[in-house]
Design a protein around this ligand. Sequence first.
Ligand SMILES: [Zn+2]
Length: 173
Amino acid sequence: MTTPLYPSIYQVDDELPVAEDFTVTSVKRKVGMGVKSVHAIPRGVRVAKFTGQLSSKVLQHTLQVSPDAHLHDPYFVGLLTHSCAPNCVLDMQRLEIWSLSDIKAGDLLTIDYAVTEDVLHRQFACGCGSSHCRRWITGRREGPNEIGVAYLEGLAAKKIKRLATMEKRRSSR
Ligand SMILES: [Zn+2]
């Protein structure tokens, strides 16, 4: 017997994820919920199928299917964590998750939110740790909002200050 992650009204497909393979867990207070893989998963395979309810609105746990349609899934795929260097990618036509790199048992499944979303429900600061981290995450068809602009300017100002201090030290030697 396995324990489906989706409530029984969704159980039309026995390939949908089960609790024996994936753990829904809270990550950090700021990040919220996330999904960890119980088992190791090699790169380049189908990790899972997913489902949800179609909505015309962008909600907290929706993923964009087409310009006007969003899939609301607060049980599994809508809970995946963002990373600027993700280990998974979503196929929004087939409703499947595929692995982009080797995933160890206990790793969080991550996706790049900007890949599927034109406009995010909420833009946010990112500290994913990737060397390609964009620092402020938006949808693919929107620029940073007022808070994002201020946040990025703050980071830039800090960087300028740091470089200026380094320069000063160098020239005083
Ligand atoms: Zn990032």
